[in-house]
Write a protein that binds this ligand. Structure first.
Ligand code: SF4
Ligand code: SF4
Length: 376
């Protein structure tokens, strides 16, 4: 596959539809439509959704905000097949057809097997999904077939050796995880390039963590480039890598999108001084003991106690970084658990969350720790 014709060197930003603008608990469709319009007006085209985002409502929000309002040539849409919803081979076509319908399109530009790790790979292989992807391409229902990946470089190498037909891979890459052994961004990136694959980058800002740096790290970066936001640094790192066709950012506010558009329209490789500053910041961040939750929310729908796991982890991270700030942290914790959502102590240790967490987080232990801090 050569770089997609709609993806020019300056149009690498992808609109991730995982963390959409909200009004209360509902997706703010009017705001999403305005943001999608701006995105397209500025010359960008790549939208990324999945069957499970926003509890299944991301795809229909895309149809309403984009597919029904824009000519088909103005956008490319990526969607994903969830291994954890596949109980029998017939589920593959059933879910795929449902996705076409929900998105309001007759074909997907990019289609991915979602979140491959060793466990999910067994399911995709058992359902013959790699062969199925080629069949869908032959029928014109998929233009480019790939997968998103959450495991180590050795497994990625095995898959790409066995399936050279795959067009592209989607990898978690950001400057914090580049040399983080738990994610192995660098190893996976180098493996994909060795196999000559184009790359879509997810989590370039690590679920927002790299968009709101602690003050000392922020000051270190501002000393080099006073005008750049924290998020701009993270996007520049990801977007400057060779072979990257899209850098996904889950944008939930217009200001965030405007900042990202500015960054990606003026993309250029980092200078040596800028790269050194990022390495120093990454090292310093790694010494702060935070939990690497990217707020993807894959764990939330299946929790029998309806625990808002990523929201609780966010407050727990605040505690880890800033120490006990009872007023701020207790208020935030009360807001999270005020509705039907269970508190961290309601965890029954069923393990559902840990089985789907792409960051391999020990959620059960984390809920126990959060309960001991916020419910004591
Ligand atoms: S282990 Fe706890 S937090 Fe995780 S899904 Fe089960 S009840 Fe929810
Ligand atoms: S705990 Fe894991 S699955 Fe849940 S939101 Fe965080 S990163 Fe995603």
């Amino acid at each position: 596959m050569t770089a997609h014709s709609n993806l020019t060197a300056t149009a690498k930003l992808g609109f991730g539809l995982m963390r959409l603008p909200l009004q209360g608990e509902a997706i703010d469709l009017a705001q999403l439509s305005r943001m999608a319009d701006l995105f397209i007006q500025q010359g960008f085209s790549y939208f990324d959704t999945a069957y499970v985002y926003h509890g299944g409502k991301s795809e229909t929000a895309f149809r309403q905000a984009v597919a029904l309002r824009q000519p088909r040539a103005a956008f490319t849409i990526a969607d994903k097949l969830p291994a954890w919803e596949l109980k029998q081979p017939a589920d593959v076509d059933r879910i795929f057809n449902e996705q076409l319908e929900r998105c309001g399109v007759s074909y997907f530009d990019f289609y991915l097997l979602h979140s491959i790790n060793a466990g999910h790979l067994k399911i995709y292989e058992a359902m013959d999904c790699f062969k199925w992807g080629q069949d869908m391409k032959a029928q014109g229902k998929i233009r480019y077939f790939g997968f998103s990946f959450h495991d180590n470089a050795a497994l990625l190498d095995q898959i790409l050796t066995k399936h050279p037909e795959v067009d592209f891979v989607q990898l978690q890459i950001n400057y914090f995880d580049w040399d983080n052994p738990a994610i192995d961004s660098r190893g996976c990136y180098e493996t994909a390039r060795r196999h000559n694959k184009n790359i879509v980058i997810m989590e370039p800002v690590k679920g927002g963590v790299l968009a709101a740096l602690p003050a000392p790290q922020q000051a270190r970066l501002r000393a080099v480039q006073p005008q750049w936001s924290d998020a701009a640094w993270a996007l520049r790192f990801a977007g400057g890598l060779d072979g990257v066709i899209a850098v996904l950012s889950g944008m939930s506010e217009r200001a965030q999108m405007e900042d990202n558009l500015r960054t990606m329209l003026q993309l250029r490789p980092l200078t040596a001084a800028e790269a050194t500053a990022l390495e120093q910041v990454s090292l310093a961040l790694r010494q702060t003991p935070t939990v690497g939750c990217t707020a993807c929310r894959y764990c939330v729908d299946g929790c029998p106690e309806q625990i808002k796991i990523p929201d609780i982890i966010r407050v727990y991270n605040d505690f880890l970084v800033y120490g006990a700030q009872p007023q701020r942290q207790q208020a935030a914790y009360r807001r999270i658990t005020a509705t039907a959502a269970g508190p961290a102590s309601a965890c029954i240790q069923c393990g559902q969350c840990e089985s789907v967490c792409p960051q391999h987080l020990p959620v059960i232990d984390l809920m126990a720790q959060a309960a001991s801090v916020f419910e004591a």
